[in-house]
Design a protein around this ligand. Structure first.
Ligand code: SF4
Ligand code: SF4
Length: 292
């Protein structure tokens, strides 16, 4: 990708004000997720598509999908009332890069709120081809869910992908997926984006492999890694989730390679406010108490 994130961007400030990228920011600054992206181009075995994308949000909830115009309107209201919200993100309910509405929304937000940090999350399947659009839209922080760098392991996690008009399954699908994710991350780092990786910890499938993912992310220059616990649903409904102690052990083994995010709240794809204090779920009365 030949385009670069604009040189004028103050990356230190952006990181310091992003509640997911900076632990210290989580109690001071908030984010708003705009649920404008319902479609997904893959099927993860742990995902029940009746709900939000599990890769960046809490399973078992359904966010109401907004049009880009409605998302702009919501952002206007929320930013006016809660100026401590510095990050506007598209995180689902499907894969943001599989929905044109994502870019329409980002461009509306950028035009009206040039100072907010724009953030995006993706499964990474079409990251290489969408990277120029991502940069043009003004996004500076990007999350990619990457559960394995070995296609044999990835093939156990993703059932199928829809890519360039064709459905792929098994190892073939996994190879395309891993290749595009790694190529996309490498190019995104090269273009100046700050990258977070979400890795879902799936005991018996990728748990012993996660440290290999961390080593590779170190090599690619990823900023932070978020090892998330598997929530057992869909085809993985009968599996055991990792214990908090085991997750911590895995995080500790990854820490020498990539900084670990340990404060993820697995938010909804329509959450707003501070992490863990989702204003979208609060009564008007409680919200008023929080206004700053
Ligand atoms: Fe579900 Fe997200 Fe996976 Fe798509 S990328 S199948 S929405 S968990
Ligand atoms: Fe941040 Fe985790 Fe919430 Fe995503 S799900 S906005 S990484 S706290």
């Amino acid at each position: 990708c030949d385009i670069q994130v604009s040189k004028g961007e103050d990356m230190k400030r952006i990181i310091a004000e992003h509640p997911c990228y900076s632990k210290d920011a989580q109690h001071k600054y908030g984010r708003i997720h705009l649920a404008v992206a319902p479609k997904c181009n893959i099927q993860c075995n742990y995902c029940d598509r009746k709900f939000d994308c599990v890769n960046e949000s809490r399973p078992g909830v359904t966010s109401e999908v907004l049009s880009p115009q409605e998302a702009l309107e919501k952002t206007r209201q929320v930013l006016k009332e809660y100026p401590f919200i510095k990050v506007v993100a598209v995180a689902g309910p499907g894969d943001p890069l599989a929905n044109d509405e994502t870019f329409e929304t980002l461009s509306l937000i950028k035009e009206e709120f040039p100072d907010v940090t724009l953030c995006l999350s993706t499964n990474g399947l079409v990251l290489p081809e969408k990277l120029p659009d991502i940069i043009k839209s003004g996004v500076t922080t990007l999350t990619v869910t990457l559960n394995a760098i070995d296609p044999e392991i990835q093939a156990k996690i993703v059932d199928h992908i829809r890519y360039q008009g064709k459905v792929y399954r098994g190892l073939e699908a996994a190879e395309i997926m891993v290749r595009n994710q790694l190529e996309g991350i490498r190019a995104a780092v090269g273009a100046g984006l700050v990258i977070k990786i979400n890795t879902v910890l799936i005991p018996g499938i990728n748990d012993r492999h996660v440290v290999e993912v961390a080593k590779k992310m170190n090599e690619l220059g990823v900023y932070i890694m978020n090892v998330m616990p598997l929530i057992c649903q869909a085809r993985f409904a009968d599996m055991e989730p990792p214990s908090p102690a085991y997750r911590q052990e895995v995080q500790n083994s990854c820490e020498p390679y990539v900084q670990q995010m340990r404060h993820c709240r697995q938010c909804r794809s329509d959450a707003f406010g501070l992490l863990g204090k989702d204003l979208s779920q609060m009564s008007e009365e409680r919200r008023n108490l929080i206004k700053m």
